[in-house]
Ligand binder design. Structure first.
Ligand code: PEP
Ligand code: MG
Length: 300
């Protein structure tokens, strides 16, 4: 059974009603690409870049980051790799970047908020990602976007990083696809305003559920609120997909719910185009997709 699933995993999968669904893997470092490939993943839907920054005593250099991102690009051999810019802050502290203690770290100074303030650190990462885009199909994604202004500011820094590389005459993909995570309810609600500025959305359901219900995703006492298929979540996701599709953009889901066939069935019915999950879950998901319907349901 395992062998049969694995063989089937290398196929491109379509729903019963004929829609192609991309099944990708979530990774935490470039070596994990091998597991994505071994399980038949169509690409990397979420490369959490934090591993480069944590558990060390100084900032990783542009070269060191470039090496890590390039390794993933080369390993995936032309399949897409979505690199998420650093999601540091909150509970993830860096010894070389002093940050004030915060009353509510998960509502605080983290991810894109920190990056927009620490511009040199962010530009260094963006240049490394851009340079790696000359080695394969790299896409760049910003985490924790809450407003249109933040997105425009992040994009302007990306444009600045491109300009710096042109000055240094270093190659990169001029048309690198740029997306954002939809993981804060405000972003889901204004998806129609955000869509024109991106190439894709990836829904971070772990945080989207946490912030929608104001329920800590790690706290067992409030886990009864943490329901991925509650109408509040399905309505939000359905709206995000419709707004994205209206603007000709695609939508993935990279939170944990994307790896569970029961939840994935709902996501596919809402029109989601890509699912990204722990690599070992890919073969079973590819099998399950074939029995699903992508005829869009609307949750009102
Ligand atoms: C998410 O929030 O759903 C997500 C994929 O990001 P992380 O789990 O890294 O917060
Ligand atoms: Mg998140």
């Amino acid at each position: 059974e395992q062998t049969r699933l694995r063989a089937a995993a290398f196929e491109t999968v379509y729903t019963a009603d004929g829609k192609r669904i991309e099944i990708a893997g979530n990774i935490g470092n470039p070596a994990d690409c091998r597991s994505v490939l071994a399980n038949g993943g169509d690409g990397v839907g979420l490369f959490r870049s934090e591993f480069l920054f944590l558990e060390r005593d100084q900032m990783p250099s542009e070269e060191e980051q470039f090496e890590a991102y390039s390794e993933a690009a080369r390993e995936m051999a032309g399949r897409p790799v979505i690199i998420r810019t650093m999601d540091i802050g909150g509970d993830k502290q860096l010894p070389y970047l002093p940050m004030e203690a915060e009353e509510n770290p998960f509502l605080g100074f983290r991810a894109i908020r920190l990056c927009l303030a620490e511009k040199e650190m962010f530009l260094t990462q963006l240049r490394a990602i851009l340079r790696a885009s000359s080695q394969g199909k790299i896409r760049v994604m910003f985490p924790m976007i809450a407003t249109e202004e933040e997105l425009l500011e992040a994009k302007s820094l990306l444009a600045q990083a491109k300009e710096q590389l042109r000055e240094r005459q270093l190659p990169f993909d001029e048309k690198i696809e740029t997306g954002i995570m939809i993981e804060i309810p405000s972003a889901a609600i204004i998806a129609d305003q955000l869509a024109p500025h991106v190439d894709f959305f990836s829904i971070g359901s772990n945080d989207l559920i946490q912030y929608t219900f104001a329920a800590d995703r790690m706290n067992q006492k409030v886990s009864y609120l943490y329901n991925p298929v509650h109408p509040a979540i399905l309505r939000l996701i359905g709206r995000v997909v419709q707004d994205a599709h209206t603007h000709g953009k695609w939508v993935g889901v990279c939170g944990e719910m994307a790896g569970d066939p029961l939840y994935a069935k709902e996501l596919i019915a809402l029109g989601v185009d890509e699912l990204s999950m722990t690599p070992s879950l890919i073969p079973r998901m590819k099998q399950a997709i074939k029995g699903m319907s992508a005829t869009t349901l609307i949750y009102k």
